[in-house]
Ligand binder design. Structure first.
Ligand code: ANZ
Ligand code: ZN
Length: 834
């Protein structure tokens, strides 16, 4: 007999990585026709950061690769592209710090990340690679921008923005955490600046409706999107302001409380505030109040617990229902960008209004009668938020709360007080960034013509190279003469380029369309190719992108559909969000998300050097359900290694046996078929942790059978069959070792092209037997178990039965089997058999 081959992953892992790469195994010709076997698998494309990837990142890519390999083996024509979300602040900040230009920095990082993917044994179709910072890509951002501008979907206006003094840029609301910049930690300041927006609010309804059709998205993500869009229905109601000969409109979800509206409250930003101030006896104080509230952060103003501040304008409006004049106040909790920027306040039935009314001594008028008697405004300590029946409201009196809103809307419309109105929380998408490393916005300022779009044929508007990164205030682009001065596309006179660049979420809103036709230089993509390959069949990425990225991508698809370029609105048929990897942080003593800034990362480099990539892959998929957060454990890694070593040993033993002969119907062959069925189902449901444990169980059976010698219960051919089944099922998880043995068994490379094994239904019938359960000799229960189940396990299951538990009544018992192992008898300890 030959010497037993040692399990040394480093002796074959790099070899197979090179072989897969050379053979371009993941290449897909997207220009060729494809049938229903097409499968578009996509990982959210990463930002090429300067830090080495850690095992927490590995989780995403390893999972994606396992899915890709599986679908390939299932015979699906699977596209698995990869690219780079390459624009963004970190590259620019690195340039300020180290002087390396953003492009050089980014290119270097991309090369390093690619190398890491390779070392994990991850296969992408690199012929589709794209980087958003490449002019060949961002040119089409600019083109799409022009199309949107033409249709009024891109526009410019002054807007209050969150300004981070540290990053010197405008932040999106979600980049502001507790009033501070999520990146630099600086306190955010409100500023009014001219900004570019995409009019995503035009699509609010369609974005909301589309969610209902996404059957294969996590419910949680759909809920987050629904809340973000935030549809509210109610009414817009008009209040006359006689002193100004004008009208104030409010948005309310509770028109049924109109009779209880005892004052109006306006945001200090309301357009009518200027004319109200003009006739106020306390004008200077009023203006000071307005200025002060405008400095408050939005978060504070929005917070339920925030201090309610107000100012009496000394002007009144007429409540259309009661005909009475009611005071108009300014209030900090009325938001400048929601509804009508003005509210009717009903202190008796709204908590904020109640708090405000108590603080400023404003009247409280209940318009609901609770089941146990009327409310006394003087004695109330909080707003009445539950139902009851309407009272003090003319014709509506006696209506139950459930019908009151609809009744009120009907009256409001009938009497011309206002109309039904739906409002969305969704805001237009602020895309301007005052930074260099992004897509230049293709707009030109001309003294004669004003704001002019760049001509399509002049695209791309290139990022200039003559830029200095000193970290001074303002956009570095503003210092580049070569960039700034340009002839006006309309009159040919001197023009000046827009220096704002686009939010990087623009890049990620359509990259999945470009992937199928990445070198097209006449169009963003060929619609025919997109029609063949899109929507994406399986999208995988982090839950942190549950709202914005996915919403923006869905918005872009609707816009592109309206432009006639694609035929669908939902880009991602099935979505999976993987969970994060956590680890004990030595600094805090807590288990925290693995990240460089927390100093609790594990480097895959050392892990791969010590155990090999397959071990990291096995452990990563085994550690827990992939959608859940999981804690990294060094012991688990060693366990994964031992498992692979046992697979290796079993294969080595079987390789010594003759492969020819009849496979037959043996216990191992049956086990192989049952395992095929289980593993296939579990991969379909992404239950990779269960997949690995199922494969471990199958490996034990294989190892035992090989050790016993094929002659006892098995045949050599059965062992060869089972070993090949194991290699196939294990391939998505541990591709290198399996590929190695596939070759050593004399099979043709590559496993990726080997068909996924099929379970023979005839082999799946489990041989079960009935076991009768006695307690002290009396029959109390029965169970069905696998004929081969270990007696100890039969005992455990039998003892768990409720009947047995009841008859034992908590006493300790010993179990006895009869000779045929068909009866199990529990006898309480010390009581003897009955
Ligand atoms: C009268 C009323 C009575 C209200 C009542 C509520 C309860 P959602 O559901 O979030 O859409 N509102 C309207 N515009 C606002 C703004 N710009 N800033 C702050 N609050 C605003 O909330 C709609 C309700 O929030 C509206 O209905 C309005 O108060 C207030 F017992 O009108 B309600
Ligand atoms: Zn001009």
């Amino acid at each position: 007999m030959n010497e037993k081959p040692v399990f040394d992953p480093s002796s074959f892992e790099p070899k197979w990585q090179a072989a897969w790469e050379k053979a371009r195994v993941a290449y897909v010709d997207t220009a060729a026709p494809v049938g229903p076997e097409k499968f578009y698998m996509l990982m959210m494309f990463p930002y090429p950061s300067g830090d080495r990837l850690h095992v927490g990142h590995g989780r995403n890519y390893i999972l994606g690769d396992a899915v890709f390999r599986y679908f390939r083996m299932r015979g699906r024509k699977t596209l698995n592209p990869m690219g780079w979300d390459a624009f963004g602040l970190p590259a620019e900040n690195a340039a300020i710090k180290s002087g390396v230009p953003p492009r050089a920095y980014t290119t270097r990082n991309i090369a390093a990340m690619k190398e890491q993917f390779r070392a994990w044994g991850i296969l992408y179709d690199w012929s589709k690679e794209l980087a958003s910072c490449d002019p060949a890509y961002y040119r089409w951002n600019q083109w799409i921008f022009l199309k949107m501008w033409e249709r009024g979907l891109a526009y410019r206006r002054k807007a209050p923005v969150n300004w981070c003094p540290g990053c010197r840029t405008v932040l999106a609301n979600e980049q502001v955490v507790d009033g501070r910049c999520e990146r630099s930690g600086d306190p955010v300041e409100p500023r009014d600046l001219e900004q570019w927006f995409f009019k995503i609010t035009d699509y609010a309804e369609r974005l909301l409706d589309g969610l209902d059709g996404l059957a294969e998205w996590p419910e949680k993500v759909k809920t987050m999107q629904r809340n973000w869009i935030g549809r509210s229905s109610g009414a817009a109601i008009r209040f006359a302001v006689p002193a100004l000969d004008s009208v104030l409109t409010v948005f309310t979800t509770r028109p049924d409380t109109l009779y209880g509206a005892t004052f109006l409250a306006l945001a200090p930003e309301h357009p009518l505030v200027a004319s109200i101030a003009a006739r106020s006896p306390w004008r200077a104080d009023l203006e000071a109040f307005v200025a002060r509230v405008r400095q408050e952060s939005r978060i504070d103003r929005e917070s339920e617990a925030g201090t309610k501040e107000g100012f009496d304008t000394a002007t009144t409006a007429i409540n259309p229902a009661t005909g009475e004049p009611i005071p108009i106040w300014l209030a900090n909790f009325v938001l400048p960008d929601y509804g009508e920027v003005a509210i009717m306040s009903v202190p008796a039935h709204d908590s904020r209004d109640f708090e405000f009314a108590r603080k400023f001594g404003l009247p409280i008028r209940p318009v609901y009668l609770p089941p146990d008697g009327p409310l006394d405004p003087a004695a109330m300590t909080q707003a009445w938020l539950e139902g009851g029946e309407v009272s003090g409201s003319g014709d509506w009196n006696g209506a139950p709360a459930s019908r009151a809103v609809e009744l009120a809307i009907a009256t409001v419309e009938e009497r011309g007080w206002g109309e039904r109105r739906t409002t969305y929380r969704l805001r237009d998408w602020l895309i301007s960034r005052q930074r260099y490393w992004g897509t230049p916005i293709p707009a030109i300022y001309c003294d004669a013509c004003g704001l002019v779009p760049e001509k399509e044929e002049n695209l791309p508007v290139l990022l200039p190279a003559d830029v200095e990164f000193k970290g001074a205030e303002g956009n570095p682009l503003a210092g580049s003469e070569s960039f700034l001065s340009v002839p006006c596309p309309r009159c040919g006179g001197p023009g000046r380029r827009e220096t704002d660049t686009m939010d990087t979420f623009v890049d990620s809103s359509w990259y999945f369309l470009r992937f199928v036709d990445p070198r097209n230089d006449a169009r963003p993509f060929d619609p025919a190719i997109v029609a063949r390959w899109l929507p994406v069949d399986q999208y995988v990425g982090g839950i942190e992108h549950a709202i914005l990225h996915l919403l923006y991508a869905r918005f872009f698809c609707r816009v592109l559909r309206d432009l006639g370029m694609i035929g669908f609105e939902e880009p991602f048929a099935r979505l999976f969000n993987q969970g994060m990897i956590t680890r004990l942080n030595p600094a805090t003593g807590k288990v925290e998300k693995m990240s460089k800034s927390r100093g609790n990362t594990v480097s895959p480099d050392e892990l791969i050097a010590q155990y090999g990539a397959d071990t990291e892959r096995v452990y990563t998929l085994f550690m827990g359900p992939p959608e859940k957060e999981c804690e990294w454990s060094p012991d688990g890694v060693a366990g994964a290694y031992r498992f692979l070593a046992r697979v290796h040993d079993a294969c080595a033993a079987i390789a010594e046996m003759p492969a020819a002969g009849v496979v037959g119907d043996t216990p191992l062959v049956r086990k192989a078929h049952r395992t095929i069925r289980r593993i296939t189902d579990d991969i379909d449901r992404f239950h990779f942790n269960v997949v690995v444990s199922g494969l471990m169980e199958f490996q034990r059976a294989l190892t035992d059978a090989a050790a016993e010698g094929a002659e006892v219960k098995e045949t050599p051919a059965a062992l060869h069959f089972a070993a090949r089944v194991l290699l196939k099922l294990l391939h998505p998880v541990a591709p290198h070792l399996t590929e190695e043995w596939w070759e050593r068994f004399g099979e043709a490379p590559f496993l990726l092209d080997a068909p996924w094994p099929e379970a023979d239904p005839a082999m799946l019938i489990e041989e079960t037997i009935e076991i009768r359960i006695q307690v002290q000799g009396k029959l109390r229960d029965k169970i069905m178990v696998d004929r081969e189940l270990e007696p100890a396990e039969v005992e455990r299951r039998a003892q768990e039965r409720e009947g047995v538990q009841r008859w034992l009544g908590g006493r300790k018992a010993r179990a006895y089997f009869n000779a045929q192992k068909q009866i199990i008898n529990f006898v309480p300890v010390g009581e003897g058999e009955a």
